[in-house]
Design a protein around this ligand. Structure first.
Ligand SMILES: [Zn+2]
Ligand SMILES: [Zn+2]
Ligand SMILES: [Zn+2]
Length: 760
């Protein structure tokens, strides 16, 4: 240490926690130490970044302020703790690589979109860096590659690639953007893409991008290995190619997402406001659902007014767009419908090879598979619908201990959640557990999360449903379990996301969940005290579901049940077009199932009311994908319509007035968009009226909105606004899904609170 008298020399140990690994944090500290003429060392530990620093007391103060005030772009500092230390007499500052192991862990960065500086390198350093895996401390894959903490190359899928001289020099140079960048690689030393086409293998960045673009232009389909798994890719303007992917994936109606090169191109095809642009261009780069302006191939999303768009996020994407001059490419996950996204080359060749004309594979493993995330912007905030790449494994920070608790999640759209210290770490989107491969993935992923974050599971919080596979997982674990009511968990997840734990009115409008009375709940208004205590304040009046599970896939059955409930047996005489689409025998069968109470479980599900209205107006009688009927209903909403239907909220929420209104409007030949909007307005009005009533009785002024129905942008926007206008404090979801993808967080939180109050 130059120029500092030894008696003025101070030593401090600094512990920094948060998202501080894999984000260029140590090089940043290194440069800062040089700038302030300080000596010492910085090291990544499992639980933090630790700095030992020596120098003048003023310089150390400035150093600490600079860390807090101007951290690297991707870092998120959660705490900085400074402790006085003994002077060790360092002569320089260095970065230490050690293998510190404790049970505490720091955060793992999600995968991050390629940065502008790296995109520039592709153009300016064609020899080495015209390369589909170029990355630096500010960008590139992270979660998909990491096996263990701390975050060193040896603990990632990059371990088998030895850096070339140039890469090593960049990696070692504190002034370089690639200093200490663990996945650092170039076209000479790193992973390589190979294009498999007609038994020939093509390599070389220019060759593979050129050839792939040529094939796509000619209407071919490519299976391309990406950050978190394979995609099936074709020209988004080519009707026949899109049709072939649809047939190959056995996917009838569900829309496909598209990848676009930049925001300007996206603006040609969809409407994008300021907050949507911000989300689209964020480092997370999710698929965002956006209102369509101009159509691509008409079979990309049939009869829906929103298109799922994402902007190029890997160097390869940019190289393809540069070569191909496409406006948009279909980028749908490479899997059979309901199976996990494929990550390994052999499997891709075998299965995707049947759909794709060419495969673009690379020779590096994907350790943690990750689908593209999906979201929509409502009231200027992102609302995540599928939480995966770019989001996982970001934790939700809590102010209580959740160590060792696992939230097993629900059955559909499963995500699980592991508790580490005061953090709830939600997994990436796993999927529908009924598929055996997904269930295996679920088991494997829980194990991997537990090992990565060094969690020893002690308590599993699971859904109350006795037959969910997540329940089976919990019961087979041999650990202590706690059953949590599905909708209670939804509300608790919304509370945790908003760090609000006081008394509140919980509105949970959802598809289906096992209720305390054994019926299928899903249209619930709760009064919640201390998070763990809930009272069912009101619910949508029970309705028999003729055919049980089948009814959720065949909305016409629910329509029949609602009509029967509202009008009695005479409903068959009503002149409704949909009743003519179904055979008389089938209708009579539903009535007799209801009458005899055979396979006609009772439900209070709000999702089923949406199904009923969708069928009564002849919009969707059979669903080809989950929640299709409510989606088609939302799709035709006309914001100009302000009227609503009548309903009752004394005791149970009575929707027969709504059904009567819809039927009357059908008789008066009122248009479907007007009926749909009046129906949506009625649901918003129910939320507001019930909340006001509950506030009058309890004095509680806070409302949480959760459950799958709040994926409906119109309902979420209007009810959030209406409640706020009426003086409520309103809590809604943003980074945690309102649908079943968020349930695990609520389960974990309830289990932790119960553990703390010694209920378990
Ligand atoms: Zn970069
Ligand atoms: Zn290299
Ligand atoms: Zn649910």
């Amino acid at each position: 240490m130059k120029n500092i008298p030894s008696k003025e020399l101070k030593a401090v140990k600094i512990y920094i926690d948060g998202l501080v690994q894999g984000v260029g944090f140590r090089p940043f500290i290194f440069r800062l130490a040089k700038q302030f003429n300080l000596a010492g060392l910085v090291e990544n530990r499992n639980d933090c970044v630790r700095i030992k620093i020596e120098g003048s007391s003023a310089a150390i103060d400035d150093f600490v302020s600079a860390i807090k005030n101007d951290p690297p772009a991707l870092a998120r500092i959660e705490s900085v703790v400074c402790k006085q230390a003994e002077v060790e007499g360092f002569c320089d500052f260095s970065i230490s690589v050690n293998n510190n192991v404790t049970d505490k862990v720091t955060l793992v960065s999600p995968d991050v979109a390629v940065c502008n500086a790296c995109l520039k390198d592709i153009k300016t350093q064609p020899d080495r860096l015209y390369y589909p895996f170029v990355n630096c401390v500010d960008c590139g894959p992270r979660f998909s590659l990491i096996r263990l903490l701390p975050y060193h190359r040896a603990n990632t899928c990059m371990d088998k690639f030895k850096m070339c001289e140039n890469c090593q020099a960049e990696y070692d140079d504190p002034e370089n953007r690639r200093f200490d960048a663990q996945p650092n690689a170039c076209s000479i030393c790193g992973p390589q893409y190979t294009l498999v086409f007609n038994d020939s293998l093509i390599t070389g960045s220019k060759e593979i991008t050129g050839k792939t673009c040529g094939l796509i232009k000619a209407g071919k389909i490519a299976a391309i290995k990406g950050v978190g798994g394979f995609h099936l890719v074709c020209d988004a303007r080519n009707y026949d190619a899109v049709k072939r992917i649809r047939a190959g994936k056995n996917r009838e109606g569900k829309p496909f997402a598209v990848l676009m090169p930049n925001i300007e191109t996206a603006k040609k095809y969809v409407y994008i406001n300021e907050s949507e642009e911000e989300v689209l261009m964020s480092r997370r780069r999710p698929i965002l659902l956006l209102k369509i302006k101009e159509n691509l191939a008409p079979n990309i999303c049939v009869g829906l007014n929103r298109l799922g768009v994402m902007i190029a996020y890997t160097p390869l994407h940019y190289m393809l767009f540069e070569h191909g001059e496409f406006d948009a490419l279909v980028f749908t996950s490479g899997n059979a419908t309901d199976s996990p996204i494929i990550i390994d080359n052999d499997r891709a060749e075998k299965e995707l090879g049947k759909i794709a004309d060419a495969l673009l594979i690379y020779n590096r493993e994907i350790y943690n598979r990750c689908d593209d995330s999906v979201g929509v912007v409502v009231n200027s905030k992102i609302r995540v619908i599928r939480r995966s790449r770019g989001f996982a494994p970001d934790p939700v920070n809590l102010d209580f201990d959740v160590e060792g608790i696992i939230g097993a999640g629900a059955e559909l759209k499963n995500c699980f959640c592991v508790g580490k210290g005061n953090r709830a770490i939600l997994s990436q989107h796993i999927g529908d557990l009924k598929n055996i491969e997904i269930f295996n993935l679920y088991n494997e992923s829980i194990e991997r999360f537990s090992s990565l974050f060094k969690v020893k599971p002690k308590l599993i919080a699971r859904d109350m449903h006795p037959d969910y596979l997540s329940t089976k997982y919990a019961n087979d674990s041999g650990l202590e379990t706690i059953a949590v009511q599905h909708h209670h968990a939804h509300i608790a997840s919304c509370m945790a996301e908003n760090e609000y734990y006081s008394d509140l009115i919980g509105v949970c409008f959802d598809g289906a969940g096992f209720g305390d009375d054994g019926n299928i709940w899903g249209g619930e208004i709760f009064i919640i005290n201390d998070v763990i205590n809930y009272r069912r304040y009101a619910h949508l009046d029970y309705l028999p579901l003729p055919g049980g599970d089948k009814a959720a896939k065949e909305p016409w059955r629910i329509a029949v049940s609602y009509l029967y409930k509202t009008f009695g047996k005479g409903f068959v005489e009503i002149d409704l077009p949909f009743l003519k689409e179904v055979s008389e025998g089938d209708i009579n069968m539903m009535v007799s199932l209801i009458d005899q109470q055979i396979n006609a479980p009772l439900t209070s599900s709000m999702g089923r009311l949406f199904d009923a209205v969708s069928a009564i107006i002849n919009l969707c009688l059979f669903s080809t994908f989950e929640a299709e009927a409510p989606m088609r209903l939302e799709n035709i909403v006309d914001e100009k319509v302000k009227e609503r239907y009548e309903y009752g909220i004394d005791g149970a929420i009575d929707a027969t007035g709504i059904i009567k209104g819809v039927v009357n409007d059908m008789a008066d030949r009122v248009s479907a968009p007007i009926i749909s909007t009046k129906f949506h307005n009625s649901v918003v009005s129910i939320i507001l009226d019930a909340s006001i009533k509950a506030r009058l009785e309890t004095g509680i002024n806070a409302v949480a909105l959760s459950g799958g129905l709040f994926q409906n942008s119109y309902i979420l926007e209007k009810s959030e606004n209406a409640l706020k206008q009426n003086g409520f404090k309103v809590y809604t979801h943003s980074n945690v899904p309102a649908n079943d993808g968020g349930v695990a967080l609520g389960q974990l939180v309830i289990a932790a609170k119960k553990r703390r109050s010694k209920c378990v």
